[in-house]
Design a protein around this ligand. Structure first.
Ligand code: SF4
Ligand code: SF4
Length: 358
């Protein structure tokens, strides 16, 4: 069956970043600056994405503000007719650059924070002063009249401060708060024992979100899903492989998901020699896990197969060595017990982070 056009493109403009978050979703083998697509190459990607049917673009990284041409890239995305969202740590954002980005057509900013408490936030980012810069960046975004989403990546070392993170979102004037539990592949998998939350923490967080959603209805939208290691059914990762989204890496690889490069043995097309259209409608890497035909038992014939699409391929590979396995987050997976084992290992872990570095 011919797939529908994608809705959004994640443009990972660079892997450079002044922060070193131990849960970073970038691959452990980061791309160096010399590999990055040029301004003109990215502008071509944006035009192709719009022609393919994408409505939105997420300018991401690494830290997209580390690109000196970020204003030109934003203008190119906007000129292509894409709704333009900047996903940033905020530490490189200042008033003149934000004004230039707004002038270039930027419509939305998604600002990440590591914690609500500055000392802890700076420790997790491994950058003293980072949190204060984020607070200043949020004020600039609000004053510029741009839509703001606060992205709080949560784990064992900050989840207890979820009430304070919600307060922070309100104080910043954010319209949306994404409470994003860490996804365990790449850098996060290397730091899993230090990051996995306990069941008690999770239950408290879920109750906090339920209360806050009721109290803040109409003021703040809160996105929140139960993390895989405490779930009995997986998420519909990316809305299904090759169904809604595509990503382009700093070096031009065209991916069905930003973490797909973590799957050993898969070959992804590159924008330098393949069009987005050809990748979306014909590349073997996009076809491999599309739909339900590829699914193993117990997914084959399962009533949830077209709702969760068998879960996350990157997580299946990370936990079983087989990207075509049922996601172990599903209680029906023969590998479901590995999640409980990881939680047990994490409970006894008191080591330190392995920070993300080029
Ligand atoms: S998760 Fe942290 S280290 Fe990774 S790109 Fe974002 S701010 Fe930088
Ligand atoms: S068996 Fe497969 S399709 Fe069914 S709930 Fe589990 S992961 Fe989803």
């Amino acid at each position: 069956m011919t797939p529908e056009p994608p809705l959004a493109l994640l443009a990972e403009l660079t892997h450079r970043c002044p922060l070193q978050c131990p849960y970073c979703s970038n691959p452990v083998a980061l791309a160096g600056p010399g590999e990055e697509l040029t301004t003109a190459e990215w502008a071509g990607v944006f035009q192709q994405a719009a022609a393919l049917g994408c409505l939105q673009i997420h300018l991401s990284g690494g830290e997209p503000m580390a690109r000196r041409d970020i204003v030109d890239l934003t203008a190119a995305a906007s000129a292509a007719g894409l709704y333009t969202n900047l996903i940033t740590s905020g530490v490189l954002l200042d008033a003149p650059r934000l004004a230039a980005l707004r002038q270039a057509g930027l419509e939305h900013v998604q600002l990440s924070v590591q914690d609500a408490e500055a000392g802890s936030a700076d420790r997790i980012a491994n950058l003293p002063g980072a949190h204060a810069k984020k607070l200043a960046a949020a004020a600039l975004v609000r004053d510029a009249g741009l839509a703001l989403t606060l992205n709080a990546v949560v784990h064992r070392q900050n989840l207890d401060r979820l009430p304070e993170l919600i307060e922070l979102a309100l104080a910043m004037g954010a319209g949306r708060l994404e409470v994003a539990h860490v996804q365990y592949y790449g850098w996060a998998l290397a730091n899993r024992a230090a990051l996995l939350p306990t069941r008690a923490q999770l239950d408290a967080a879920t109750a906090t979100v339920t209360r806050a959603r009721a109290a803040l209805s109409g003021r703040l939208v809160i996105d929140y899903v139960v993390p895989d290691y405490h779930a009995s059914r997986p998420k519909a990762c990316m809305g299904g492989w090759g169904r809604r989204f595509l990503a382009v890496s700093p070096g031009g690889r065209i991916l069905p998901c930003h973490a797909a490069e973590s799957i050993d043995g898969m070959v992804f097309p590159n924008i330098r020699d393949t069009s987005l259209h050809a990748a979306w409608y014909g590349a073997e890497a996009f076809e491999r896990f599309r739909g339900t035909d590829w699914m193993p038992s117990p997914c084959q014939g399962c009533e949830h197969a077209e709702r969760d699409w068998g879960g996350c391929r990157c997580q299946a590979f990370a936990l079983t060595g087989d990207a075509a396995a049922t996601d172990p987050a599903c209680r029906l997976s023969p590998h479901h017990a590995v999640l409980a084992a990881a939680l047990e290992e994490a409970a006894g872990f008191d080591g330190s982070f392995r920070f993300r570095r080029l």
